[in-house]
Design a protein around this ligand. Structure first.
Ligand code: HEM
Length: 198
């Protein structure tokens, strides 16, 4: 009994060293995916695996991007005005730069993997997916060419006076809110394209 307890606590100890680090935890998740590949999909490695695998990468990068978009619109943007002035730098200096890093690169990864999936024969090529892809491309354009350049001014990564910063913050917020709106029809198209005729 004591030995079983010891083995269990050793396993839990090992597991917690993995869970303590986000990259190790991601590695564990990827390892579990690899296990599923070996169990169920090995036969597809000879052909037909590429499209579905890139759809998987596409959805992972897509939820990273849209998850952060929802974090900005449902949590950060509404709450920042209520934060006491002396605590605000924590958002501007630490949280926002890190969130924006993952936000813009996951947007690019979603576009690249989405276009790869689109170019494979396993993808549907109907009006619904074309509409979703166009909405996604507009949203990614907004991230890289409007939100990020304006956020750089707000965060002080490029020089701007107080007036320019206030204007940049408003434009970035309205563009982010526009992407929030577009995310629903875009996702509707992504998930129904294969399931409904249209
Ligand atoms: C940015 C431009 C984007 C392009 C070019 C694009 C392209 C595609 C393509 C070609 C498919 C495959 C459709 C099929 O054959 O079933 C797809 C599916 C999908 N995409 Fe996107 N996409 C984009 C953005 C996004 C975003 C931002 C998300 C957010 C999560 C997303 C989530 C999905 C989902 C959930 C599927 C369905 C997978 C399935 O059910 O098979 N896409 N996308």
């Amino acid at each position: 009994m004591v030995e079983i307890d010891e083995t269990a606590s050793n396993i839990l100890e090992k597991l917690s060293t993995i869970l303590e680090k986000p990259y190790r935890a991601l590695g564990l998740g990827a390892g579990l995916v690899f296990l599923l590949l070996l169990l169920y999909h090995l036969a597809y490695l000879g052909g037909g695996y590429f499209g579905p695998f890139f759809t998987f990468l596409h959805v992972v990068s897509g939820i990273t991007w849209i998850g952060l978009l929802y974090y900005f619109n449902l949590v950060q943007i509404p709450i920042v005005p209520n934060i006491p002035a002396e605590l605000k730098p924590a958002i501007g200096k630490y949280i926002a730069p890190e969130a924006l890093f993952w936000f813009r690169w996951s947007a690019l990864a979603t576009v690249v993997t989405g276009l790869i999936v689109f170019s494979t024969s396993s993808a549907v090529h109907n009006f619904t997916i074309i509409t979703g892809a166009i909405l996604g491309l507009i949203m990614a354009f907004n991230v890289w060419y409007i939100i990020w350049p304006n956020q750089k001014k707000v965060l002080g990564l490029v020089p701007a006076d107080d007036d320019e910063k206030a204007k940049a913050a408003r434009l970035a917020m309205l563009t982010s809110r526009t992407n929030f709106v577009l995310s629903l029809p875009m996702l509707y198209c992504m998930v129904t394209a294969r399931l409904l005729v249209g």
